[in-house]
Design a protein around this ligand. Structure first.
Ligand SMILES: NC(=O)c1ccc[n+]([C@@H]2O[C@H](COP(=O)([O-])OP(=O)(O)OC[C@H]3O[C@@H](n4cnc5c(N)ncnc54)[C@H](OP(=O)(O)O)[C@@H]3O)[C@@H](O)[C@H]2O)c1
Length: 320
């Protein structure tokens, strides 16, 4: 990817997309193409067709999607399946028609079966039932992986699907109705501290194990994959066992209780944690196997403790 290549970052205002844009700007790419949702609704096939014909990007980072936590996924499941299917179908198809050299499609580790062995290896895809609370979203993402693979096989495109684990960091969504667990906890502890509340109530038992990747590490991994030498990249695309699919994560996990305790310390809240076990825990454990990414030579750099401190600082500067 030469520094003057035309690079489209779809979803550049989102958590992942904004980090990817920041990273590409920081490493000196001069031809970055972005469109806000108001400028280009990616569900609109004709508009996407026109955009690709006019802009003709060389590379595409597909970080646009309808994303949300357990509540949002379960409540707005029709929108989650429709929006994601339309966005990815339009972009992947028109990337092919306009000769895009490499495309990176971002999915999520929720594509793997609910009770798959841990850590989650790429070959566990479609080997068992999905977590019901977000299966609409997961099926849409699996369709995106299948579209990348099918276009690679039929048209010789070089489209890669990357499955990041839970992301966090600057630009995250702190809305308690639609956010993921980590930003929700930062907000809850902060508001409890400011409001002088003696306790913070958490959903579930606190025992589920989760993996969290700082979004700047995600951006670094995406750039790393999209700049792999041709031979290494093609090996990923043509892999016999898991073609065009790779996990992105830290390979490290923490319980929700441990995460909450770390955030309590970062926020300096000195009250008590209360676990509301009437609320769902979600899947018991979700750790991605990142041995293939490590095998290519990439590892995350931001530890959870450091990442939480930086994210809380961003929250204070931007959300309060
Ligand atoms: N967040 C995570 O923990 C996580 C974990 C694993 C994988 N991922 C993957 O990473 C990708 C990005 O997720 P994220 O967390 O960055 O989500 P996000 O913060 O919600 O960003 C999504 C972006 O997509 C844009 N978008 C949505 N619908 C659109 C449409 N119809 N037309 C144009 N733009 C549209 C949004 O625009 P607006 O700014 O206008 O809303 C937003 O900028 C997704 O594919 C997701 O599966 C995320």
């Amino acid at each position: 990817m030469d520094k003057q290549a035309r690079i489209f970052v779809a979803g550049h205002r989102g958590l992942a997309g904004s980090a990817i844009l920041r990273h590409l700007q920081a490493v000196g790419y001069g031809n970055l193409i972005t469109r806000s949702r108001q400028e280009l609704d990616l569900r609109d096939q004709a508009a996407v067709e026109r955009f690709f014909r006019e802009e003709r990007p060389d590379y595409v980072f597909l970080a646009a999607a309808k994303v949300g936590g357990i509540v949002a996924n379960d409540t707005f499941r029709a929108e989650f399946v429709y929006d994601n299917l339309m966005i990815q179908a339009n972009i992947i198809h028109h990337a092919y028609l306009n000769g895009v050299r490499r495309l990176l499609f971002l999915g999520s580790t929720c594509i793997y079966p609910k009770l798959a062995p841990q850590p989650l290896r790429e070959e566990y895809l479609l080997t068992g039932p999905l977590e019901p609370t977000n299966d609409a979203y997961a099926v849409a993402k699996i369709a995106g992986i299948t579209q990348c693979r099918s276009y690679n096989r039929q048209y010789g495109t070089r489209f890669l699907a990357a499955m990041p684990t839970n992301l966090y960091g600057p630009g995250d969504n702190f809305d308690l109705q639609t956010s993921h667990v980590l930003p929700a906890l930062i907000r809850k502890f902060h508001e409890a501290k400011v409001g002088g509340s003696p306790t913070v109530t958490l959903w579930g038992s606190g025992s589920p194990l989760r993996e969290f990747l700082h979004v700047d590490d995600l951006a670094d991994a995406c750039h790393f994959l999209m700049t792999l030498p041709d031979e290494r990249y093609q090996q990923l695309i043509d892999d016999q066992l898991v073609p065009a699919l790779i996990n992105i994560g830290t390979g490290e996990e923490v319980s929700i209780r441990e995460l909450a305790l770390q955030i309590r310390d970062v926020v300096k809240f000195d009250g008590e944690l209360v676990f509301d076990t009437t609320k769902p825990d979600g899947t018991p454990r979700k750790l991605s196997d990142v041995s293939r990414l490590h095998g290519l030579g990439w590892r995350h750099r931001t530890g959870l403790a450091e990442g939480l401190k930086e994210t809380y600082r961003w929250y204070l500067d931007n959300e309060t």
